[in-house]
Design a protein around this ligand. Structure first.
Ligand code: SAM
Length: 263
């Protein structure tokens, strides 16, 4: 059952979610886990591996659809997953593993998320072509690239300097002109870019950051893993309705690296 919170309560600050849904499946992101540029499917020697990855994501979606609420992924999301060159976002020596359905290390104790979870989180945002999206946790830049193919504008923040700078260069090199990337603490969002139609947080937070709730448009959606590191974390969907009420739904257990920072 989703939890509904009034706008006044939201303004109050820290929001925590309680209770566990009836879940049967545990998905692990093993820890150390304009309109868009419309890229054609690249002929880069990885097309077959990408197709296999798509088949795995579809099969997994079907299997755990009752829990995730997404038995079938949106076609547009799957098309994008089928063409974004994931091998460009992993270290050279891991390129052959880039399309396996698992997270991979990207350095600094961080990971590029599992493809299934990238697809699921993207799908849950229900992005319209004109959407403005905030991502917290740029990492390799892969999730930002996926978002940028579906939305008009993507703002992405990374707390680790080196990763943030590397991702920025990589995304520019791949031609993603509709992504703005910067280094900082994403807990506080990106006030100058707000409000956002959608917000995605790709690191686990102990609570839902109030600044992010404030920066979400009425009618907007946020997807965030909530829970302590090494404890149960739930992928959580937050919807802000036209009246500013917040509806929180815990979807499925996951394991993400933690949201860090001074907050
Ligand atoms: N989305 C990334 C991708 O596609 O490669 C994967 C994200 S990785 C699972 C989580 C990222 O969140 C890490 O790069 C980590 O440094 C970053 N992170 C953690 N706390 C953060 C914070 N407070 N603000 C911004 N980024 C943060």
């Amino acid at each position: 059952m989703p939890t509904v919170i009034s706008a006044a309560a939201v303004a109050a600050a820290r929001i925590r979610t309680y209770g566990s849904p009836p879940l049967t499946v545990l998905v692990f992101l093993f820890l150390v886990l304009s309109p868009p540029p419309a890229m054609a499917e690249p002929d880069d020697g990885f097309a077959e591996k990408r197709a296999e990855m798509i088949a795995v994501i579809s099969a997994l979606a079907k299997r755990i659809g009752k829990v995730s609420g997404k038995g079938v992924m949106d076609e547009g999301v799957m098309e994008v997953m089928a063409r974004v060159p994931r091998h460009e976002f992993v270290p050279e020596e891991r390129r052959d593993d880039a399309y396996d359905n698992r997270p991979l290390p990207i350095g600094f104790g961080q990971t590029i998320s599992q493809p299934y979870i990238v697809a699921l989180m993207t799908d849950l945002l229900v992005l319209a072509p004109g959407a403005s999206v905030l991502e917290v946790g740029t990492g390799s830049g892969y999730q930002a690239a996926v978002l940028a193919e579906l939305a008009r504008r993507v703002f992405t923040i990374e707390i680790i300097d080196e990763l943030g700078e590397l991702a920025k260069k990589r995304l520019a090199g791949l031609g993603y002109a509709n992504i703005r990337a910067r280094v900082g603490d994403g807990y506080y969002g990106w006030p100058e870019g707000a409000p956002f139609d959608a917000i995605i947080v790709t690191a686990a937070a102990s609570h839902i950051p109030p600044p992010l709730i404030q920066q979400l448009k009425p009618g907007g959606r946020m997807v965030i893993p909530v829970g302590e590191w090494f404890d149960v974390q739930y992928l959580t969907l937050i919807e802000k309705n036209a009246e500013g009420e917040i509806i929180i739904s815990q979807l499925l257990p996951v394991a993400f690296v933690p949201l860090t920072g001074e907050h």
